[in-house]
Design a protein around this ligand. Sequence first.
Ligand code: FAD
Length: 382
Amino acid sequence: MDHVVVVGAGLAGVRSVESLRGRGYDGRVTLLGEERHRPYDRPPLSKAVLLGTSDDSFVDTDLAALGVDFRPGVAAKGLRAGFVETTEGELAYDGLVIATGSEPIRLPGEGPQLVLRTLDDAHVLRAALVPGARVAVAGAGWIGAEVATAARKAGCEVTVIEAAATPLSHAIGELGARTLPWYDGIDLRLNTMVSEVVEGGVELVGGEFLPAHAVVSGIGARPVLEWLADADLDLHNGVVTDEHLRTSMPGVVAVGDCANWWSRRFATRMRVEHWDTALNAPDVAAATLLGEEAVYDPVPYFWSEQFGHMLQYAGYHPAGARLVHRDGQKWSVVWLTADDRITAVLAADRPRDLVQGRRLIEAGARLDAERLVDPDVALRDC
Ligand code: FAD
């Protein structure tokens, strides 16, 4: 293989380059990035960057030392076997990594709205978070909750509009209700939907007008796939891959937010829009491209920092998994399968439960539900 093209210069893209080199590949590598920035991490955007304690979050990597032809501001527009069409002409490849991530879903309406995906978005939003500003955040998911945290801290008047009956409903269902007390000082409107963004605020379904100086859409993201629309590639909720992260096109792998891979461990398809996947999947994808045997079979992990709390989740809980609560001053919950194997853990300010729970999931451990309910018993002793 003489030339690998990596499309997308986010974390998954740059990790792909590092992994290829780390595995001894010494051919040409071209890294295409639609953004003009060098690769950066996104989690700090809704935390340190929005809070004003940091201005950027560039990934600590040396692209020159990696010998990569990095092309910022160049986007892929199409794909056919052996060739990527870009905004600056066609590129031939022997191996291709698709790492185009995901993009925020916008609210309907012609009025001004902000999103939070890029470093530039974060700077625009940060400038809008001034004391007394009325900020309407649509969506009480991960991004919405973190934006609300920063806005409240900046002294804004914050309204969060959530279509479901609880925050975080999409990710953790009714358990999201446990975060309700954290919304102290925030006007949280549950079971409420934005009808459209208009000049000066938002109109809610039902007709109410909510004035706002800044409207932020935090209603989710979708994988970036438009450039692949005409490619002979299996696309379904992302780029479909096998457990080796191999797509339906020879010599093409996919990683990060845009990849929908087969999980051997959980016997299901997964597309996970979280940092840990972008960090670790690329090493498997690189191995696959280089013809080595590797399987991506993680216990998915993510975290969120909101309202002074650390929420962490590891694993996967299918419908019907049994929920066991570990309630103390700080709480966590564990999901068990029908044969008492731990399949997922959610921890609020209990990082030890998360770390131990993740290891136990990896090991396929069985736990004693009666011991589990006692928050003073360590998970590994249950
Ligand atoms: P991206 O980071 O989306 O990178 C893809 C890159 O590809 C982008 O730079 C894009 O411009 C580029 N691109 C797209 N199309 C093209 C094209 N056609 N040609 C060339 N380039 C293209 N996860 C957590 O686990 N915990 C957190 O606390 C957390 N916080 C987050 C906060 C924010 C504000 C955001 C946005 C995400 C957060 N995440 C968090 C999720 C995590 O950052 C993502 O899962 C991760 O960034 C995915 O990396 P990626 O490389 O797959 O995609």
